[in-house]
Design a protein. Structure first.
Length: 338
């Protein structure tokens, strides 16, 4: 099994993805936007949620990654933020990069597999006694898996934490590019789902899509920051793929989480088809992207020299090593003065 030796692969991947996004913006004449505080309101995410999550993540990193804390905050967090912002910019530009929609073809597949679609509708209605239909639990469940996975692996094993982070980073990057290959809006343009609140959100995002398509670069320049997370893209399902990625790492490295993750993953899969944000074909493509991302991350971050249970890897952290040398010199200087 081959391995790829690369120092700070997260930085190289982030730099390449940022360069690709900026070159695309320059060629098409689009403005690259940073998110504003209310840019996630349409999908039910308050701007404080990510900040609270980062604070919790940082607390767990302090507990479990004292020797790699510098990498977590000086490398991991900025890299993920940059890739995520690039991801949403590309998603917003998608109607202009590839305006050909494949909804008709994907809808034919759904009709051919109609019993599966109807089964998802029925299961989601049955679960309403536990999770109300108009709740935002589809998004909350995914966010919970995201933060719980990173916090758990940060405490238990920094190597697995870094591998998971790399996999999530790669997944967001290639997921943003995958939106451009065979794009689609979603089956909600053909039928209503089980959640009236989601239907209102879909209608609003569809209006934004048409305004974006009509207005082009001028609309993006004016509205891009406020509507950065409002890009419509059904193919592939990154919520399904992302939740599967967290389940995959839980199965391999943290079996205690699987009892929670299996029902959450099942709920996300069922709800993706029943709301209906996604066609059936979107789901396995999202899973395939997650598998490819995990495979790539494991080869970019091989475990070297340490046992699988060791909390400290033999892979050196150049940032932490530099800060450790500074602390050592400061201690020596303090002792001399004393």
């Amino acid at each position: 099994m081959s391995r790829i030796r690369c120092s700070l692969p997260e930085v190289w991947f982030t730099a390449a993805f940022l360069a690709l996004t900026l070159v695309t913006a320059e060629i098409l004449g689009f403005r690259f936007h940073l998110p504003r505080g209310n840019s996630g309101a349409l999908v039910g995410i308050h701007y404080l949620y990510p900040l609270i999550g980062i604070a919790i993540w940082g607390l767990f990193a302090c507990i479990g990654q004292r020797r790699q804390l510098a990498r977590t905050f000086l490398v991991a967090l900025p890299c993920y933020a940059i890739v995520l912002i690039c991801h949403f910019n590309l998603k917003l530009w998608a109607p202009h990069i590839n305006p050909v929609l494949w909804d008709g073809f994907y809808w034919q597949i759904d009709n051919a597999l109609r019993p599966l679609v109807d089964g998802c509708f029925a299961l989601r209605k049955a679960m309403a006694v536990i999770v109300p239909l108009n709740s935002n639990f589809y998004m909350i469940a995914f966010i919970a898996m995201f933060y719980l996975s990173f916090c758990f692996h940060a405490v238990r094993d920094p190597h697995n934490f870094r591998t998971l982070f790399l996999a999530a980073l790669i997944f967001q990057g290639i997921g943003g590019l995958a939106y451009l290959a065979m794009p689609a809006l979603g089956p909600f343009i053909y039928e209503h789902g089980v959640d009236a609140k989601q239907m209102m959100t879909q209608h609003s995002m569809l209006n934004i899509y048409h305004a974006n398509l009509r207005g082009g670069a001028d609309w993006i320049a004016t509205n891009g920051a406020n509507d950065l997370t409002a890009g419509l893209a059904a193919m592939p399902s990154l919520h399904t793929g992302g939740s599967f990625l967290f389940l995959l790492f839980a199965w391999r490295h943290a079996r205690v989480l699987t009892a929670l993750y299996v029902p959450l993953f099942g709920f996300i899969v069922i709800t993706a088809a029943a709301t209906p944000w996604h066609y059936l074909i979107d789901l396995p493509i999202g899973l395939a992207l997650a598998l490819c991302s995990a495979w790539s991350a494991e080869r970019l971050n091989p475990r070297v020299g340490a046992s699988p249970e060791s909390p400290i890897t033999a892979d050196p952290d150049p940032v932490a090593a530099f800060l450790a040398r500074l602390r050592l010199k400061a201690n020596i200087l303090t002792q001399k003065i004393a």
